[in-house]
Structures are given as C-alpha cells and as structure tokens.
Design a protein around this ligand. Structure first.
Ligand code: S3P
Length: 450
C-alpha cells in the first residue's frame, strides 16, 4: 500500500451525516436475529466489522438482506433459531462480534469453533470466557499469547495466563449468575446478558463503572424486561424477544469525535454533524471537549427514542488542558486517541487517568499514539497508576508534519490524519486501509468539508 500524504488544511466548513453507530449496529443484527418477526435496520453502517456480524448470522442460519440503500432486513427466527454452522466461524477483526456471539453460542447445544484475524487472535478473551463458564458453557481457547511476552512495555505488562482465539464453545442448559465484573467492559456485560436471556433463573451483573448500555436498550426495544439497581443490571432468563419492525441507528459518536477535534484545532472551522447518537454512556467526548473550552452546541435533540440522538455543532476554539478522571474513561474509551491529539494542541497539561485498557484494543493505542505524536513534536509521558496507567500530555500548541504509522488500527490512522491536517508541514501515513474497519467513508467525508 502506498503511503497516504496529508498537507495542512486551512479550515473545515459544512454539514455531515455519519453512518450508524458501530456498537449499536452489531446489537441490532444480533438481537433482531434472535427475535420473532422481521426487522428493517435503517442507517446501517457498511464497514468491515458490521459486515462480519451479518456474515456470522448468515452462517448460523439467518436470512439477512441488504437493500440498495443503507438499510438491511433481518428475518428473525426467535431465541432458538440458530443452526449449527458448516465449518468454523471466521470473525476477522471484529472484537464486538466475537465477544457478543460467545454469549449466544454459550447457550447452543451444538459446538462452534470461532477463529479470528491476526490482531483479534491476540486480544484477551478470558474476561468473557470466565463468566460464561460459570453459567455452564464448555469453552476451550488458546492459552497465553505472544503479545503478553512482547517487551514493548514489559514493566507495566503483567504476565498472567490469558485465553485467546481460536475458541471452541458448546453450551446449553445455562444457569443465571450474579457476576461482579472485574473489568469495565460493555462487550463482556453484553455477552453475559445475551447468555442470560437463555438461562434458567435471573442473571445479575454488577459493573465497576457504568459502560455503554446499548445491549440493555436494544433488548428493551425488543420487549425484554431488564431492571437497573445502581450499577447492577438484572435480567430474567428465558425471555422471548419481539421485533419493533424498524430500528434506526443514529450516527456514530466515536466517528463524529474525529470531526469534532478537527474543527476544534483547525482555526476558522465550523461543522454541523447531523443525527448523532447522544447516548448518555457515550458522552464523555463532548463533556471533555467542553471542559477543554470547545465551542459545542447540541441541537434538534430527540431524547424519547430507544437511543437518544441529535445534531452537534462544533466551532474552532482555543483548547486548554484538563484532567480526565478514571471513572469517565469507559464513556470515552475509543475517543482517547483523538483526545490525545486535542491535548497536544491545547495549552497546559492534560491527564488521562486509568487508561491501561488501551493496551488491548486493535493495537496498543498508548504506544501507537505516543509514537506518532512524539514524532510530530508532542510532549507525552506514560506513568503507572495502580493496576492501570495514566497518560500525561503537556500541550505544545502546534504539531509539525511527520512520517506516521497506522499500526493497522483504524482509530490510530484517523487520529493521525486529523493531527496531520492541523500540523505545520507535510505528513504521511504508511497505510490507511484499516480505516475500513469502522468508517470507510472517512476520507471522502473529510474532503467534502475542506
Ligand atoms: C464496545 C465496547 C468497548 C469499545 C469497543 C466497542 C462495544 O470495548 O472499546 O470499541 O460495542 O461494546 P470493551 O467492552 O472492551 O470496553
């Protein structure tokens, strides 16, 4: 692949509509497949990860049709509509598909083998396997991984036994559990909730910090009964789901974040982003950018829908450094890379508390972002903080162009593009094809507002 060159941009102006939220879209495919009735999913994002969810459900015996527009139609077959796939299920690089699917497969009487692409095969699965085993599923996985032994950050990496794809899973006859989650992870919570739908008795999950609640909202839209008690979620087992007919997926706030920061750091910019998901568990990016001094207005808010949405108007602003608290991190975990760019362009110090989970995303994002931004002149330090890590960025006001790497990670690549557009001088990125994982339209949308 040819390196992608970026020249400094003068300003961004315009109005954009983004494809649907990736997290919500995965849940829409999964939940509509195991419900009764037909579901039209509107504003479906056609990216690599969401295509993987569709193809996995095809292989599990479901009919899912793509229309010419951005809609897909899922023909639900109810909770027990899955059939044994021919051969193994290859989940490519979609971590959300992999972990959520484990929750459903944990309840099936047949055995399934799940395999993954090179990077997902090195991402930890014990966090989801452990509670599913407690519920009664039989799961075998590959033990330990080269990534655990990588010297990249051996001082901060604990050498614990982990479990990785490929995974063989066989289930049936699950029982509900009460589970106190050791890691704040929406994927793990979702897998347990999906398994809990099939279980005898009730399932109760206690989160250390509230994570994105798209699974709970999607299940409720499909008439499941779920109770919330503080940080605990309680679901009664053996509940059937009923399709509401149409599910609209609001624009992805994690994708919007790149355009928001672009508008913030390129003087003279003003961008209106239409119909974005404003789910309260995902608003960390907006709260932090506002604290940094960004000019952001939310308009046309529709709050009485299963997933709140609205328009975001962002204008360039001079940013100041802030402290991002540990308990805020789950609400902006995927936005830390682009916030690291914003922090470098800000005045003063920004501290990201307890962001160690970034080490196990599509790449080690602490490393990928630090390496790129340091090449551009940023001042970044990473320090140990209990079991996690803090990132400390002293804003330098302006970065300079450099030769950057995507590390095969979509959010590192998009952050590098935005950092490069605001920098002085030319930048280049080794490979931007990984952007297709979440937002294949990224570069064309950017061009439309330059
Ligand atoms: C996701 C949850 C988060 C997030 C990921 C998508 C989801 O991961 O980083 O991109 O859709 O549930 P964790 O559950 O590992 O925190």
């Amino acid at each position: 692949m040819k390196p992608y060159d970026i020249l400094p941009s003068s300003r961004f102006k315009g109005r954009i509509i983004l494809p649907g939220d990736k997290s919500i879209a995965h849940r829409a495919v999964i939940v509509s497949s195991i419900s009764s009735g037909r579901t039209v999913i509107d504003n479906f994002p056609v990216n690599n990860d969401c295509k993987v969810s569709i193809s996995a459900f095809h292989k599990l015996g479901f009919k899912i049709k793509r229309t010419k527009s951005d809609k897909i139609i899922v023909f639900g077959k109810g909770l027990n509509g899955l059939t044994r796939p021919k051969g193994c299920l290859f989940i490519e690089e979609s971590g959300t598909t992999f972990r959520l699917l484990l929750g459903i497969l944990a309840a099936q009487k047949f055995e399934t083998k799940l395999t993954a692409g090179k990077v997902l095969s090195q991402r930890p699965m014990l966090r989801v396997i452990a509670p599913l085993r407690k519920m009664g599923a039989k799961i075998t996985a590959k033990l330990s991984s080269p990534r655990n032994h990588e010297p990249a950050n051996s001082r901060t990496r604990e050498l614990t036994i982990e479990e990785y794809p490929p995974i063989v899973i066989k289930g049936g006859n699950l029982k509900g559990i009460t589970y106190k989650m050791p890691v704040a992870s929406a994927q793990v919570k979702s897998a347990i909730l999906l398994a809990g739908l099939y279980a005898h008795g009730q399932t109760e999950i206690i989160e250390p910090v509230k994570t994105r609640d798209h699974t709970e909202r999607m299940l409720q839209l499909f008439r499941a009964k779920i109770k919330h008690k503080g940080n605990a979620i309680v679901l009664k087992g053996r509940q059937g789901l009923v399709s509401p007919g149409v599910v609209y997926i609001p624009g992805d706030i994690s994708s919007a974040a790149f355009f928001m920061v672009a508008a913030a750091i390129v003087p003279g910019s003003s961008i209106l982003i239409k119909k974005v998901s404003l789910n309260p568990t995902r608003l960390g990016i907006i709260k932090v950018l506002k604290r940094m001094g960004m000019n952001i207005r939310l308009t046309n808010r529709e709050l009485k829908v299963y997933e709140p949405r609205g328009d975001i108007l962002v204008k360039s602003s001079s940013l100041k450094g802030v402290r991002i608290l540990r308990r805020e991190v789950p609400s902006l975990i995927d936005e830390v890379p682009i916030l690291m760019v914003a922090a470098s362009y800000a005045k003063g110090r920004t501290v990201f508390e307890g962001v160690g989970e970034l080490r196990v995303k599509e790449t080690d994002r602490i490393r990928s972002m630090s390496e790129n931004l340091k090449k551009m002149g940023a001042d970044i330090r990473v320090v140990r903080a209990g079991k996690s890590e803090n990132i400390i960025i002293q804003g330098v006001g302006q970065l300079k162009g450099a030769s950057l790497k995507s590390f095969g990670d979509h959010r590192t690549a998009m952050s590098a593009v935005i950092a490069g557009l605001a920098a002085s001088g030319k930048s280049s990125i080794d490979d931007v094809s990984c952007i297709n994982k979440s937002l294949p339209e990224f570069l064309s949308i950017l061009k439309s507002i330059i």
